[in-house]
Design a protein around this ligand. Structure first.
Ligand code: GMT
Length: 379
């Protein structure tokens, strides 16, 4: 099959999922063409069946300050679809990608090119709900040949927020459990921290992630348990977070390491993963921690309870309950038996329900059904 994939190429969950999907499809024998304004950040390795087509937006004084990326993307999609004979265009994050894909279909004047849109989260819960984007987001969903959502919760939010009865198939995010697995020894020895506990958080440091709650939890934990915190990622709240660490006197124990390429080494070395988000449609970072045998403390928001089971592979607490999260963190970190039991339970779930080899074929089956003109998803 020849598959076009469009996503935001930066360090966001949707881009990560799109990239990992493309790589997995190529490994399974499909030809995959990424179409975006930059090389997706996780597309590090060369693969003979993975291709990248850069969208360039020609500048012109009249276009300032709003160059029409959506149109340049549609043009590139149509061009690649025609020359590479794409069967399907799979766009990740509804805005503006679903609209560009629809325009590409119109440019080509054929319904032979099918469009699948995957909804990831903020495209539905935040940006898409904004009055300036709501009608166009609903339109993008309704004109797609197939729509998927990464959790049942997100599917329900979509129906509720947009008043659409478009059939939506829930295909959860997935993880490469060969890559994300326990890695304690190598990483810890590199830093010489074998005797202290290691906590970890990974995100794009946007307000929705509540990274100050991560630090507030850690500030309480470190008073009881000798420990350190790895803050992986970067984003708008980083400066505020670093200032908070200085104020709290924990700066020497918190490491802001940026968007590291060896994510699996850091996550796999951790004893506990924190994800105190305001809202999370799935919680990809939590799943990667679970695959790495790391217990997760998260908020019971959005689709997270579809991934993390309270009391089994971690704990789920109300948004903002830093006291409760700290208590649970200390409970897990003080008892190796709990840490081990929860970690092992997390990896078992990751392997049984969310392994790349189980989930990616579901996307492929969906492409086949869409290409055959079948109705996909359920209302
Ligand atoms: O808003 C973000 O944090 C990034 C966003 C994205 O679309 O890039 O992440 C969303 O998609 C991920 C992959 O499906 C999910 O794991 C995240 O839960 C989701 N983020 C939110 O819902 C806040």
């Amino acid at each position: 099959m020849k598959i076009g994939i469009t996503c935001y190429p930066t360090f966001g969950g949707s881009g990560v999922v799109a990239t990992e999907l493309g790589i997995a499809l190529a490994r399974m024998g499909d030809d995959v063409h990424f179409i975006s304004y930059a090389l997706p950040s996780r597309l590090g390795m060369f693969h003979e069946r993975v291709h990248f087509h850069e969208v360039t937006v020609t500048s012109y004084p009249l276009f300032d300050p709003y160059p029409p990326y959506t149109l340049a993307l549609a043009t590139k999609m149509a061009e690649v679809a025609a020359y590479e004979k794409l069967d399907v265009l799979h766009v990740h994050y509804a805005i503006p990608h679903a609209i560009s894909a629809h325009l590409a279909q119109q440019i080509l004047g054929t319904s032979a090119l099918k469009v699948v849109t995957t909804l990831h989260g903020t495209d539905i819960t935040l940006v898409g709900r904004d009055a300036s984007y709501l009608p166009i987001t609903r339109f993008g969903i309704e004109i797609s040949d197939g729509v998927t959502a990464v959790s049942q919760w997100l599917k329900e939010q979509t129906a509720e927020n947009f008043g659409t009865d478009k059939p939506i198939e829930v295909i959860p995010n997935f993880v490469d459990t060969q890559r994300f697995r326990p890695q304690n020894e190598a990483f810890r020895h590199m830093f010489g921290w074998t005797d202290e506990k290691l906590l970890c958080h990974v995100s794009n440091f946007r307000p929705v992630k509540r990274i100050l709650d991560v630090l507030a939890v850690f500030a309480r934990v470190v008073q009881v348990i000798p420990s350190r915190l790895m803050m992986v990622g970067d984003g708008p709240d980083r400066s505020r977070a670093e200032a908070f660490c200085r104020e709290q006197g924990i700066a020497s124990r918190v490491f802001f390491v940026g968007n590291v390429p060896n994510l699996e080494e850091i996550v796999g070395a951790a004893d506990l993963f924190l994800l105190p988000s305001e809202s999370e449609s799935f919680g990809m970072a939590a799943l990667e921690a679970m695959a790495s045998e790391v217990p997760v403390i998260a908020t019971s928001s959005g689709g997270v309870p579809e991934v993390v089971t309270d009391g089994e592979n971690g704990y789920l607490l109300p948004v903002g309950d830093v006291e409760g999260m700290a208590e649970r963190a200390i409970e897990i970190l003080s008892d190796p038996a709990i840490e081990h039991r929860m970690g092992a339970a997390g990896r078992a779930v990751a392997m049984e329900r969310f392994d790349v080899t189980r989930v990616v074929p579901r996307y492929r089956e969906m492409y086949e059904r869409v290409i055959a003109g079948e109705r996909v998803g359920s209302s």
